[in-house]
Design a protein around this ligand. Structure first.
Ligand code: ADP
Ligand code: MP5
Length: 266
């Protein structure tokens, strides 16, 4: 018997709250064996991003090949992919893997630092979205990608539909963390529009929420759950991780991956 496995293709956050670090912590909590291909290194903490170093595309490819040649992959999740050339090569590689793929189109850090070069945006649909089981944009990302304003739940539904019908993703989860009121996310899978709703938690500690949520969805897909069920389980996980988030650092603190454990660390 072997464990379920998940591969994250993303950037490193030296502060440990977002990126690869959040992804691997999430996989671990779901008892899914995590593997990682790094796209960029960020010098980052809870207050912001101080510096970024992009990994050369040839070395991203070397990492992908190393994993592919030796290890089973049940699901792929991608996060920060800053450069167009990297998006092209990663997309071509993902196209060959016949497993579910969760694409989190990370553009700007919660602290406002750009994590994607402008010319990469246009390439996302062609090189990544078309292979995605689900893409997970937040409101500012969805607004930029679709060139529309999103203010209401109805706007979120329209955006989710456009990602599927116009930009080629199989599914789209538009996350409402950046709106006011309840924390509402809208999922469209090409057939049914679903809504996931939780009370808003009053906290500044939301660093890494998007990465954690997308990775929890990926872990559940790796286990063979359907997309709507994977999102339901991941929504519960991210809500508790935010409710018990850590007041670490002087900026926006990280989510708590132990939140659902009985012996939770407060
Ligand atoms: N204050 C909050 N209380 C409860 N849920 C939240 C809060 N902020 C964000 N969420 C939820 O966390 C998840 C990540 O959403 P969001 O913040 O929109 O994405 P990102 O981290 O990519 O900017 C979504 O399920 C969203 O509804
Ligand atoms: C390396 C890396 N990847 C992704 C994010 C986005 O996470 P968030 O929007 O929660 O800051 C980040 N800050 N750093």
């Amino acid at each position: 018997m072997r464990p379920y496995t998940a591969l994250t293709i993303a950037g490193s956050d030296s502060g440990g709250g977002a990126g690869i670090q959040a992804d691997l912590k999430t996989f671990e909590e779901w008892k899914v064996y995590g593997m990682s291909v790094l796209t960029s290194l960020t010098a980052q903490n809870t207050t912001g991003v101080q510096d970024v170093h992009h990994i050369p595309v040839s070395f991203i490819e070397a990492q992908l090949d190393s994993v592919e040649q030796d290890l089973p992959i049940d699901v792929i999740k991608s996060g920060m992919i800053a450069r167009k050339e990297a998006a092209e090569h990663i997309g071509a590689w993902i196209a060959k893997q016949k497993v579910p793929y969760v694409c989190d189109p990370v553009m700007v850090s919660a602290s406002g630092h750009p994590l994607m070069e402008e010319e990469t945006r246009a390439a996302l649909s062609e090189h990544l979205f078309r292979y995605a089981t689900v893409i997970t944009p937040n409101i500012p990302e969805a607004e930029t990608l679709l060139d529309m304003e999103i203010r209401t739940e109805r706007d979120m539904q329209e955006a989710a539909r456009k990602f599927v019908e116009e930009l080629g993703a199989k599914g789209a989860l538009v996350k409402g963390g950046h709106l006011n009121g309840e924390a509402v996310d809208v999922l469209y899978d090409g057939e049914i529009m679903r809504t996931y709703r939780e009370d808003r938690i009053s906290t500044e500690n939301t660093h890494g929420t998007g990465c954690t949520y997308a990775s929890a969805i990926a872990a559940n897909l790796a286990m063979g759950r359907t997309l709507p069920v994977a999102v339901e389980k991941a929504k519960d996980y991210i809500t508790e991780a935010i409710r018990h988030s850590f007041d670490l650092g002087s900026g926006s603190g990280p989510t708590n991956h132990w939140a659902h454990r009985k012996e939770r660390v407060k």
